[in-house]
Design a binder for this molecule. Structure first.
Ligand code: MG
Length: 167
């Protein structure tokens, strides 16, 4: 077994052209929101944290090393591509996802109504079952940048298990 932790934070700003935020995408799911992530890629903090949890569990270079934010190829990139690369590396190393637990912290939008579709999409990307993915949403109690709606923060813990011979 291997365990990995992933963390990410993105600043939130009014969505372009009013501000520098990109459309709000979380776990690969587009959600209507007044503000969106400031990022080189599409700014999907949840997929970034999941990617880093897998890479960390495998002892591989992190997402910033594999996909540098100064690389023009990643400008506006769909973060699912980063996660797919991590999943390929996980399978190549002989592991698959046992389970993954994600905590998203932001004031707006509310994550609750979208948890199911986000978890289902992450499970699809991880090639695992929906029940192996858990997504929780929290606020930051209006404290600090996250609580003031100026940032989104994500923590992820992933447990990897040796790949069964039949899969
Ligand atoms: Mg990120």
């Amino acid at each position: 077994m291997r365990i990995g932790h992933g963390y990410d934070l993105h600043r939130l700003d009014e969505i372009s052209p009013q501000g520098s935020g990109r459309p709000f995408v979380l776990g690969g799911v587009r959600i209507e929101a007044p503000r969106g992530p400031v990022a080189h890629s599409d700014g999907d903090a949840l997929l970034h944290a999941v990617t880093d949890a897998l890479l960390g569990a495998l002892g591989l270079p992190d997402i910033g090393q594999l996909f540098p934010d100064h690389d023009p190829r990643h400008d506006g990139a769909d973060s699912a591509a980063f996660l797919r690369e991590a999943v390929q590396r996980m399978h190549a190393a002989g592991f698959e996802v046992g389970n993954i637990d994600c905590t998203v912290i932001c004031e707006r939008p509310k994550i609750g109504p979208h948890k199911d579709s986000i978890a289902a999409n992450i499970a699809r990307l991880l090639c695992c079952r929906r029940e192996q993915v858990n997504v929780k949403g929290k606020t930051h109690e209006r404290v600090d940048a996250v609580g003031e709606g100026r940032a989104i923060e994500v923590h992820v813990v992933a447990l990897l298990v040796a790949r069964s011979a039949v899969s």
